[in-house]
Design a protein. Sequence first.
Length: 289
Amino acid sequence: LPVLAIDIGGSKIAIAEVSGGSVANRRQAPTPRTGRGDDLIAAIAELAPDGGFGAVAVATTGIVRDGALTALNPQTLPIEDGYPLASAIERAFGTPPLVVNDAQAAAWAEFTLGAGKGVRNFAFFTVSTGIGCGLVVDGRLESGATGLAGHVGHTRSGPGGILCGCGRHGCLETVASGTALARLGSERLGRKVAAPDVFSAATGGNSVATKIIASAVDALVNGFADLTASVDVDCFAIGGGVGLAPGFIEALRVRSLDLPRIFQRPIVAAQAGADAGLLGAAMLARLRR
Ligand code: BMX
Ligand code: ZN
């Protein structure tokens, strides 16, 4: 029987059946951003098939600790602190799920069968509503005792930055996430825009938009270099709506060539694309059994 895989992001929830590394019957809906975990469960129940699956696996934005979900940045997903996601899913589907952070799940999928195959230390970054990161070190997926491992989106991109939803100032996520691009674009272009509008303005030659994207790229590449200095990352894979926007990965690569040579590492697109979180969670659920 396939694994029922669920990916809860800051903007959308995706559900699919995963078997043997492939994804079928993918459905998605907007994430209810009401601040109530029970509303997430209701949205999931609406998308899910009635049965016919052997296990349930959940990848979710936010910090996962013992099956409970807490937002590190409530602006990425508002939710009660320590929402008992695993037990709520178990109640809805009658089976205890595996629950893992979305970027950690995607990192595992890419390491096992995608862009990170065969490397020693690997990092997957999703540049999306927020900025997520999953780390595989010496072949082991890192989550840490409190689930915080890999939250590089909340390392500091520079002094004097704005207040992040996590409570720190100047986090990478405040300059390079989809949320940040929309905010900076709206402030500086003088009209309300979303992240894709900033990209199309830049493509159309708007210098303000071009600068916003260049700063995001610069912040990310320096974040990669910091992480490389910490755990000697062999390869970076990129996913997420912003990360996979046309030209973005190429811009990261070009900018990374300005780094001292020892910090330059391959930067590639996630092979599983938007399905990496679903696949990784399903694979981790299979491993657990
Ligand atoms: C935030 C944080 C991470 C997550 C990342 C990407 C929350 C709710 N989420 O940094 O756990 O991995 O965003 O999330 O604090 P996405 O929703 O953009 O995929
Ligand atoms: Zn932060």
